[in-house]
Design a binder for this molecule. Structure first.
Ligand code: HEM
Ligand code: HEM
Length: 225
């Protein structure tokens, strides 16, 4: 495979796993397989925490600091792109960086509202029983609307990736699989897999704690007294 290594293996696995898990979350909600739906959500929560840490400690192009740009750079990139003169970065583009933060934020909102959501008051997210009624109601609304927003922005994200095939004529999807791109910027040295494994384990532990620390429903919650 030609080109320089830009996307480390953890970033690539993270991406295709979240795409799979969003699909699984939708499918399991649709068929009311709530236990599976919760596990898919916990897996997503783990990946999101991992990506947060990787955005601080991962290789160059995975870092938030390398792709979160101010409004001036976003604007000048868009203007140059329209003229066909944009200088293409090895990592995410300035507007692309904001889209990524938005998608990660929407996924976090799905997980957060899911923890307080309930299917018919029985199959409940772990923190449902600790929440007052109005917060439960809000979480329900947010979970429903948040998913629609996620679909809209994911579709825009895919459209942007497809537009890139036309201008500047680069296949970003292939790069998200191989990790490699033709670029004048330096390649990353490697994927830092031991660090990634450690951060993933810490993220999984944090999600396990978050779920297992939730209070059990009282007998009154279950309608027994
Ligand atoms: C639920 C659907 C999706 C979500 C939530 C999503 C989210 C994301 C996120 C968070 C990133 C940043 C990766 C990182 O730096 O860690 C990203 C990048 C990317 N995604 Fe997706 N994605 C989705 C679907 C897709 C699909 C279906 C495709 C393929 C057609 C795709 C192609 C890409 C590509 C090519 C990049 C790299 C963009 C670049 O080079 O700057 N995504 N996506
Ligand atoms: C910890 C994670 C999560 C928990 C505990 C959770 C919990 C729930 C519950 C209890 C319902 C049923 C609501 C009802 O029947 O009225 C539900 C529905 C749904 N969830 Fe989740 N969820 C989680 C994560 C996610 C994620 C990550 C997504 C998508 C990316 C998602 C998408 C949906 C959708 C589309 C529905 C059906 C619409 C609705 O009623 O809200 N969920 N979820």
């Amino acid at each position: 495979m030609e080109g320089k290594l830009v996307w480390d293996l953890p970033v690539r696995l993270f991406h295709w796993l979240i795409v799979l898990l969003v699909g699984a979350s939708w499918l399991t909600a649709e068929f009311e397989w709530m236990t599976l739906h919760f596990y898919s959500g916990y897996a997503l929560a783990t990946l999101l925490l991992f990506r947060l840490a990787w955005g601080l400690a991962g290789p160059r192009y995975a870092r938030f600091g390398s792709f979160v740009a101010g409004p001036r750079r976003v604007w000048s990139y868009l203007r140059d792109w329209l003229r066909g003169e944009a200088r293409e970065p090895a990592g995410h583009t300035p507007p692309g960086g904001w889209m990524i933060l938005l998608l990660l934020g929407l996924l976090a909102v799905q997980v957060g509202s899911g923890l307080l959501n309930s299917h018919d008051g029985l199959d409940a997210g772990p923190w449902y029983w600790a929440a007052p009624a109005d917060l439960r109601e809000l979480a329900h609304e947010v979970h429903e609307t948040g998913f629609d927003l996620l679909l809209v922005f994911a579709a825009l994200h895919v459209i942007a990736v497809l537009l890139y095939l036309w201008r500047p004529g680069v296949n970003l999807v292939a790069a998200m699989f191989s990790g490699r791109k033709q670029t004048g910027e330096p390649a990353i040295a490697g994927s830092r897999l031991p660090l990634a494994a450690l951060l993933l384990a810490v993220a999984a532990g944090a999600v396990w704690l978050l779920v297992s620390m939730a209070p059990a429903p009282s007998l009154a919650d279950l309608g027994i007294y």
